[in-house]
Write a protein that binds this ligand. Structure first.
Ligand code: GSH
Length: 234
């Protein structure tokens, strides 16, 4: 990789909403990780600074014992608080951020609307992304040698997930997935569309999702979180 430049991004100190102390968050991620990308977007939307630490997934750094001590799943992202406590799982991290830094909200106030936003987020983060993450594709390549089967599998699960999400937001007002402001659904959508394109999916039929993506990418919070703009991008 372009050797990682730890801690050079957004080094400002951040005041936590708890008001207990000031500190800098550390986000362990990887430029191409969709799950880390979600957390980068959420941090930016909240205006919360973090030191970015790259775990090179293709070199297996996520399985190093020192990293496993932070995240026993051996996955990125992990967010380490200034007191050393670690949070894992991107959606859990984002909901923690939303609860500790309530503005701007990433979920609507109405319980039914919240559940609808979460449903799209989970359709992508729980039912689509895990089927095509690195370790699943590596296992597939072992069972069916060559790149073709793994890429075809990744493309099909992305297409299936996005087709469902297109229908789930079709009747919602735009330009974002659920109205005039980005939510957790958009935070999950933008990285997943990136993955879908990487695996060769024709995303042009997903007109409503592309509208939401365009609105999101016009915001600096999303633009600055893009994989190509990270210090560990290759
Ligand atoms: N559900 C987890 C997924 C995390 C995940 O799958 N991360 C991928 C990168 S996007 C990873 O670390 N893969 C490494 C591997 O599969 O060994 C989350 O949302 O945080």
């Amino acid at each position: 990789m372009g050797r990682r430049r730890e801690g050079r991004e957004r080094p400002a100190r951040v005041a936590f909403a708890t008001g207990r102390r000031e500190g800098i968050l550390k986000l362990h991620g990887y430029f191409r990780s969709a799950a880390a990308y979600r957390v980068r977007i959420a941090l930016n939307l909240k205006g919360v600074a973090a030191e970015h630490i790259s775990q090179h997934l293709r070199r297996g750094e996520q399985r190093d014992p020192s990293y496993l001590a932070l995240n026993p799943q051996g996955l990125v992202p992990t967010l380490v608080l200034d007191d050393g406590r670690a949070l894992t799982q991107s959606l859990a991290i984002i909901e923690w951020l939303d609860e500790t830094h309530p503005e701007p909200p990433l979920l609507p106030a109405d319980p039914f609307a919240r559940a609808r936003v979460r449903a799209v987020a989970l359709a992508l983060a729980a039912d689509t992304h895990p089927l095509q993450n690195l370790r699943v594709l590596q296992r597939l390549r072992e069972m069916l040698p060559g790149e073709k089967a793994a890429t075809a599998w990744a493309a099909s699960v992305n297409a299936e997930g996005l087709t469902a999400c297109e229908a789930m937001v079709a009747a919602e007002p735009g330009p974002f997935c659920f109205g005039p402001a980005p939510t957790l659904a958009d935070i999950c959508l933008v990285p997943q569309l990136g993955n879908a394109r990487r695996f060769g999916v024709d995303v042009s039929p997903f007109r409503r999702l592309l509208e939401a993506e365009a609105a999101a990418k016009a915001l600096p919070a999303f633009a600055e979180a893009e994989p190509e703009r990270q210090s560990d991008a290759e």
